[in-house]
Design a protein around this ligand. Structure first.
Ligand code: HMG
Length: 465
């Protein structure tokens, strides 16, 4: 298969059905880096940042947060096989949980059979909220704010001339009068929508909220307290969709029809029950958050927005749904994704810059579309596993390696110990400790035979207690 690369890193679709980098996970880490370095024409420094433990220099970390004492790393991997709007993507994902990268790569591969994902995002509007208290007559206050719409927009734009020069700026004013939560006056809120272009936009919008507050006070005769963005960025939604041929869903003796039925039933379950919807959405965020983190974005904002959006009808609901349409399993996802590709952490964190580069330096909207597709993929993989032999086989099989490390297995024995505890269906710390003692005992006995030396194995398996 040809691996067609555009100059900006992302590739055009080569062979729709075939995986983009087959067998990638079977390579050593060094071999993977070499592959990626070739495919994306990485510079020496970029490759060095992948090799280095500690891609974030301490002195940079010290300037990013207060009271810094070090940095904390999590693995950065690639979600493979993604074909989104006809383009190939290897999606950088920073995540501590085993099986997430395998899961999205699996689902993205299944989605290729019918052309991969289509995905899109709204214009990048963020919303400032300005709360007014003691406004008197709500109808009159509302009227005066709406009459001053153009003045408010102009004032907001004057606070961000460079945003306006880049094509962004304030777009609309809205007034919401919300029923009193406690018997006092109704809650009066002015919304100011701002097109933040490729920024995440929190700082831009907060400046706007604070900058227009005196005018809002003058217009309403009230007192402004809160002036802050909303993380329920529902003017900034991203959507993704895929169709998977039913036959493609067949798995280990289960027919495609049966697996599809299981996935559709899982979707119905999440629609009916917020308890299930929470776990369903966690499976979606397994795909979304790692992209958000790898690209240096604010995942707390994304999480808050996603879950508030899931509850917008008054009942917590799934962010993605699955249904069967003829011979296809159709999945759709919609969620707010306030992501930036300029400014903020991105500019200072070398790994975040590299992650964006691997995605072809996308616009904020494109990045949101990619993250939405990744969330849909992780949801599908989890539901397919749940609908067939359960989550434990695939997930715990890969988790076994972490358990082996936690039990103190030296790196050269990790895979052997992991294989033993998977085989014995005992993927626990104690299981790994016992397996390690067996493996290490056998290795030591062999050394004794060869060298005639004896070994103290007391330390083996004691790590991590
Ligand atoms: P499988 O069918 O055994 O996979 O599934 P396979 O061996 O047939 O391989 C198929 C493809 O999967 C491969 O294609 C790879 O793309 C990928 P290939 O490259 O070989 O042509 N793949 C891998 N990629 C990297 N490393 C690997 C690897 N293995 C396969 N080692 C799989 C195995 C793990 C994919 C499957 O069992 C799965 O998707 N499980 C779900 C895992 C998951 O969702 N984990 C998240 C944690 S659970 C959770 O937090 C959420 C949950 O609660 C959400 C909910 O309830 O909805 C479950």
């Amino acid at each position: 298969m040809t691996n067609t690369q555009d100059g900006d890193g992302a590739g055009r679709a080569a062979g729709i059905r075939s995986a983009w980098m087959p067998g990638f996970y079977k390579l050593t880490m060094d071999e993977r880096v070499a592959r990626i370095a070739r495919a994306f024409e990485l510079s020496r420094d970029e490759v060095a940042s992948l090799h280095a433990s500690g891609a974030l220099p301490r002195e940079v970390a010290d300037r990013m947060v207060e009271n810094a004492i070090g940095t904390m790393e999590i693995p950065l991997g690639l979600g493979l096989n993604f074909l989104i709007n006809g383009r190939e993507y290897a999606v950088p994902m920073a995540v501590e949980e085993p099986s997430v990268l395998a899961a999205v790569s699996f689902a993205a591969k299944a989605a290729r059979a019918a052309g991969g994902f289509t995905a899109e995002a709204d214009p990048q509007w963020m919303t400032a909220q300005i709360q007014v208290a003691r406004y008197g007559d709500a109808g009159r206050a509302r009227e005066r704010v709406l009459e001053a719409r153009d003045e408010l927009l102009a004032l907001a734009d004057s606070l961000h001339p460079s945003l306006v020069a880049r094509g962004g700026g304030a777009r609309d004013v809205e007034v919401r009068v919300l029923p009193s939560p406690d018997g006092g006056e109704d809650v009066f809120v002015v919304h100011l929508h701002v097109d933040v272009q490729d920024a995440m936009g929190a700082n831009l919008v907060n400046t706007v909220a604070e900058g227009v507050a005196p005018l809002v006070e003058a217009l309403t005769g009230g007192r402004v307290y809160l002036r802050i963005l909303t993380n329920l960025a529902d003017r900034r939604l991203a959507r993704a969709r895929c169709e998977i041929p039913v036959a493609e869903m067949a798995d280990r003796g289960a027919s495609g029809d049966d697996v599809c039925e299981g996935v559709v039933q899982a979707s119905r379950f999440a629609d009916a029950d917020p308890h299930r919807a929470a776990t369903h959405n966690k499976g979606i965020m397994n795909g979304v958050d790692p992209v958000v983190i790898a690209t240096g974005n604010d995942w707390r904002a994304v999480e808050a927005g996603a879950h508030a959006f899931a509850a917008r009808s008054g009942r917590y609901s799934p962010l993605a749904t699955w249904r069967r349409v003829d011979e296809f399993l159709e999945g759709t996802i919609e969620l707010p994704l306030a992501l930036g590709t300029v400014g903020g952490t991105l500019r200072v964190h070398p790994a975040a810059r590299l992650a964006l580069r691997l995605l072809g330096n996308p616009s904020a909207g494109k990045l949101a579309a990619i993250a939405a597709a990744t969330g849909l993929a992780s949801n599908l993989a989890a539901l397919r596993a749940l609908a067939t032999d359960g989550i434990q086989r695939g997930h715990m099989g890969l988790h076994a390696r972490s358990v082996a490390v936690a039990a103190g297995a030296p790196m050269h024995l990790v895979d052997r110990v992991a294989a033993m505890i998977v085989e014995a269906r005992e993927i626990t710390f104690d299981g790994a400790t016992r397996a390690l003692a067996t493996v290490a005992g056998a290795a030591a006995a062999l050394t004794d035979v060869v060298t005639g030396e004896s070994h103290d194995l007391a330390h083996v398996g004691s790590h991590g207690r």
